[in-house]
Design a protein around this ligand. Structure first.
Ligand SMILES: Cc1cc2nc3c(=O)[nH]c(=O)nc-3n(C[C@H](O)[C@H](O)[C@H](O)COP(=O)(O)OP(=O)(O)OC[C@H]3O[C@@H](n4cnc5c(N)ncnc54)[C@H](O)[C@@H]3O)c2cc1C
Length: 391
């Protein structure tokens, strides 16, 4: 099999890249190790930055998002029983975010790809990328029990944090930057209307909690839990009791309970792989970087990477200049490190770190106070949350 761009992974990065290339008249093949149902139902991100929304619309993939997604103009910060709303449009000159689940973004892009785009092979596991620094790299993969080869002009590894693509970059050229946090998020999906119409980020002596949503009928809620927690250790009642404590306010706000349909624990990690390119192999999305979910940046960074790659390849096609492709890693990493910085800042602002001293606890509250008291601090949060510009 031969194609211009071989894409490994059909998460948001790989699927959107295939769509952008299709729209630009560049052919691609997508290899995805899992089956379609798995990819369409894996619960993950839910917040789309303004820039991501604009890209999906321009790619012709925004129709259902515009119908069913929920535009959000702010978030609430909750601490010391206080409530403070951060007004995005007022602080950023009109920007907002969209609540539309990653599962739905993937469903929309898969449907478009199967209808209009190039081959998208499910249960096709990439085994290795070879010849990354040659003119014609290839991907060895296994599909329907047979091993096969995909010959390409370019390979883009969109294969997530446990993929194979980045292994093709020689270790001596690689630098990895990493931080793990001594806690994770216990996340639940519940069949109950959200108790607040915007996301609530709660700092509490017992730990962080987040109230989010997937639709007007389905709530998504998270609790900070110690690293290594097994979700099954928590009964449904214990989860609701704990959420109620951490969302407490001085007024009569109430948390509505409902049947929990899913629960799982996500570890918290910051990770950056440099460079994001080696020869004709490019890394995009979680294959190159991970952020803790507190800043809602992971999916949005993946979108930024593939837009950068697609634009650079179109530029090469139109002008013959490889300048933008050559600058891919540096261009993406500038944005990635801003998102790493913001995600780290939000994580350390809102979570209880085991062993934190009383001094550090007070500093955390002072940082929260500063956001509510100084427009410049609040504006910085609103600008970062609604998204970093694409160069
Ligand atoms: C609980 C949770 C909440 C989150 N919340 C947010 C949020 O609110 N906002 C946000 O922006 N981000 C959020 N994220 C992060 C976001 O989900 C990821 O950053 C996003 O999925 C990255 O997309 P991707 O396409 O790069 O990687 P992935 O979605 O991981 O896709 C990679 C794909 O590659 C496939 N693959 C792997 N190896 C191979 C192989 N060898 N061969 C073929 N295919 C392979 C995988 O099966 C997968 O389908 C959250 C993540 C979690 C876990």
């Amino acid at each position: 099999m031969r194609t211009t761009v071989g894409i490994i992974g059909a998460g948001p990065a790989g699927l959107l890249l295939a769509r952008l290339l299709h729209n630009a008249g560049i052919d691609s093949v997508v290899l995805e190790s899992r089956d379609r149902a798995y990819v369409e139902h894996r619960q993950r991100a839910g917040i789309l930055e303004q820039g991501t929304v604009d890209v999906l619309r321009a790619a012709g993939a925004g129709e259902r998002m515009d119908r069913e997604g929920l535009r959000h103009d702010g978030i609430e910060l909750r601490f010391a029983k206080r409530r403070h709303r951060v007004d995005f449009p007022g602080l950023t000159g009109g920007r907002s975010v969209m609540v539309y689940a990653q599962t739905e973004v993937c469903k929309d892009l898969i449907a478009l790809q199967l209808k209009e785009g190039g081959p998208l092979l499910f249960e096709a596991e990439a085994l290795a990328v070879e010849g990354a620094d040659s003119e014609s790299p290839l991907v060895r993969f296994r599909h329907e029990g047979r091993e096969d080869v995909l010959e390409c002009d370019y390979v883009v590894g969109c294969d997530g944090s446990w993929g194979v693509a980045r292994k093709a970059i020689p270790e001596e050229l690689t630098q990895v930057f990493e931080r793990t946090y001594p806690f994770g998020w216990l996340g639940i999906l519940a069949d109950v209307p959200p108790s607040h119409d915007e996301l609530v980020y709660a700092h509490h002596d017992r730990g962080f909690a987040l109230l989010s949503m997937r639709s007007p009928q389905v709530s998504r809620l998270y609790l900070q839990v110690p690293e290594g927690t097994d979700a099954e250790e928590w009964t449904d009642e214990a989860i609701w009791d704990e959420l109620e404590r951490r969302f407490e306010t001085a007024d009569d706000w109430r948390l509505e309970r409902g049947p929990i349909t899913q629960k799982s624990v996500t570890p918290m990690r910051s990770y950056v792989h440099e460079p994001m390119r080696h020869g004709r192999l490019f890394l995009a999305g979680d294959a190159a970087h991970i952020v803790p979910p507190t800043g809602a940046k992971g999916l949005n960074l993946a979108v930024g990477d593939v837009v950068t790659f697609a634009r650079a390849l179109v530029h090469l096609k139109e002008t013959g200049s490889a300048e933008r492709l050559d600058a891919y890693s540096e261009t993406c990493l500038r944005r990635v490190w801003q998102a790493e910085r913001f995600s780290y800042a939000m994580t350390t602002l809102l979570h209880r770190t085991p062993g934190a001293t009383p001094f550090e606890d007070r500093i955390q509250l002072a940082r929260l106070d500063r956001i509510t008291a100084a427009r410049s601090a609040e504006q910085d949060l609103a600008e970062c949350y609604t998204g970093f510009p694409l160069e």
